[in-house]
Design a protein around this ligand. Structure first.
Ligand code: G4P
Length: 540
């Protein structure tokens, strides 16, 4: 790493910056649809004091979305802005919650969003354990070394044994699990939790209005649990047995190992009844990291580490979204601030375009409200009106000279030919397609010989969204014919001498790189075997 040469900042500003940065917790919730992500988000807002009764975020349901739901939601554009990032205070901390679409077809979007997070909360349904989408999202966190806290939710319903769930987390995700608290009873007998570190118990009162308001908590020592009259002899024995077992055979927790992604602290709770939620949130704020240094490539080669406090203002674009307001054709670039203090109207360098730009009209989301940002700090997410100058991955800063690491692309798994029904609409169609590709809704490809427009995506829902948005935002009807390919790879070497296996096709991506599409993975390995002089490089 080369030392970074920046002019020292005024010490008072540095002080303000250091304090603000250490307060920030920028994270995402990862879960399988239905595990309780929306409910937990709502309870965060309840315990932060931002809303007095839960029940407002209902219906957002980023998780269990179908194509038509998603599109319906998209029509009410405000919701999707809210869904990108929300900021609110929680006790001493300032929370930035990034929304990750739960549907697997949007995993590329989720991946990019996770690059902007410093930690993740993994919500698991106590009855279902580690589900498919949780695995995928966890894998993304692992790739990026993001520390993950685990919340076993729905403890108020009949579920699996807590010890079983711990084992499943370890085996399915290949990470050590360390219980921070332990449930007392389960299903309708779930009455409290034991904090393993100090053996203090929290017993919960009856939940008012189905969890719409905070739950009352009484604290006692483990020795007093039997006398509380809230648990059966059997539950008491079970808790004592489990705690003993965990002390002997359980994994030690250390924050250092958690920050390295080697161990996940596990908490048991019910987001619906609020049992265990406040102590979980307190622990989250305590354990989750504040924004740290980020690696970047120096223009002349080599790497630097951009420190959030030492370095001047810098940020990168992790998401673009157009036409949020159908009346004004605007596009918003979402930026994650990596270092320094952001001030409204500041002039920064746009590294890719090599020019200066003014960041006017920045906004952020506080709960459901869109508000103008006067200043922001590392870890914060700001939305900037994008007059077509931002692309995903762009770096901006006041110093220039480096670029944050590019965001890897997901390997597309479905491919289609697309064209406008009305040839007269070709221009508008192209405009819409370019916009959608910039946002990362789909990837655009062209066949080598025919010059046909192809689209590639990770999931079918992305095509549905593409056609829907072309129709509603650009008034272009399209015909989409899905192609019989299921995987792809970049081709390195002369395409003219590549011996293509059957059921394959050569195309070019947006950056003019040759990509080979294959019917299946078997065809891909045949392609590799037949062409030892060429390299078939995986995307990602
Ligand atoms: P998601 O965003 O991860 O998809 O999950 P969401 O919070 O929407 O929760 C899915 C369903 O599970 C909802 O029920 C929600 O009320 C319920 N739920 C969430 N957490 C808990 C919990 O701790 N205990 C229990 N018993 N249920 C929980 P729904 O019937 O689908 O929706 P709704 O009618 O309650 O809104």
């Amino acid at each position: 790493m080369l030392p970074i040469q920046f002019i020292p900042m005024e010490s008072t500003l540095q002080h303000v910056l250091a304090a603000a940065t250490s307060q920030r917790r920028t994270f995402a919730i990862i879960s399988h649809p239905d595990a309780g992500k929306t409910t937990l988000t709502e309870k965060l807002l309840l315990y932060s004091g931002l809303i007095r009764t839960a029940g407002m975020v209902r219906g957002r349901k980023g998780g269990k979305v179908t194509a038509s739901d998603w599109m319906g939601m998209e029509q009410e554009r405000g919701i999707s802005i809210t869904a990108s990032a929300m900021q609110f205070p929680y006790k001493e901390a300032v929370i930035n919650l990034l929304d990750t679409p739960g549907h697997q077809d949007f995993s590329e979007d989720t991946y990019r969003t996770l690059t902007a997070a410093d930690s993740a909360i993994m919500v698991i349904d106590a009855a279902k354990g580690v589900e498919a989408q949780t695995r995928k999202l966890f894998a993304v966190c692992r790739m990026r070394n993001i520390p993950v806290l685990t919340l076993v939710n729905k403890m108020d319903l009949p579920g699996r044994q807590p010890l079983d769930l711990m084992t499943e987390v370890e085996q399915a995700l290949d990470i050590q699990a360390s219980a921070v608290n332990w449930p007392i009873g389960s299903g309708s007998d779930f009455v409290g939790i034991v904090n393993r570190e100090d053996s203090r118990i929290q017993l919960f009162g009856r939940t008012a209005h189905g969890g719409a308001t905070k739950v009352t908590v009484s604290e006692l020592g483990l020795a007093d649990l039997g006398a509380s009259g809230r648990v059966s002899e059997e539950t008491l024995m079970q808790v004592e047995h489990d705690l003993e077992l965990l002390d002997i055979a359980g994994n030690q927790f250390s924050r250092e190992r958690f920050l390295k992604g080697l161990v996940t602290p596990v908490f048991f709770a019910s987001a619906l009844t609020n049992f265990g939620i406040e102590s979980f949130l307190d622990a989250f704020v305590d354990l989750a990291p504040a924004p740290g240094a980020r690696p970047a490539d120096l223009d002349g080669g080599g790497e630097i580490s951009v420190d959030p406090i030492e370095a001047p203002f810098s940020a990168y674009v992790f998401k673009l979204q157009a036409n949020m307001n159908p009346k004004h054709r605007d596009s918003t670039a979402f930026l994650r601030i990596c270092s320094g203090r952001f001030e409204r109207d500041m002039v920064v360098k746009h590294h890719r375009l090599n020019r200066e730009i003014r960041l006017s009209r920045p906004h952020s989301m506080v709960a459901q409200e869109r508000s103008t940002v006067e200043e922001a700090f590392p870890g914060d997410i700001i939305g900037i009106i994008n007059p077509g100058i931002f692309a995903i991955g762009d770096t901006i800063s006041t110093s220039g000279g480096f670029n944050f690491k590019t965001l890897p692309q997901f390997q597309p798994e479905i491919f289609a030919r697309i064209r406008p029904t009305d040839v007269g609409k070709r221009k508008t169609f192209d405009k819409g397609m370019t916009q959608m590709a910039q946002e990362g809704t789909v990837q655009i490809m062209r066949s080598l010989n025919e010059g046909d427009q192809l689209v590639a995506a990770v999931g079918r829902l992305q095509f549905d969204v593409l056609q829907y948005r072309l129709r509603h935002e650009y008034r272009v009807e399209t015909i989409l014919d899905q192609l019989p390919y299921t995987c792809s790879a970049w081709l390195e070497g002369d395409p003219a001498t590549f011996k293509a296996p059957s059921a394959s096709m050569m195309v070019k991506d947006q950056r003019d790189r040759v990509v080979v599409l294959f019917g299946d993975t078997l065809m891909k390995s045949i392609g590799r075997d037949r062409n030892p002089e060429h390299i078939l490089r995986e995307m990602g």
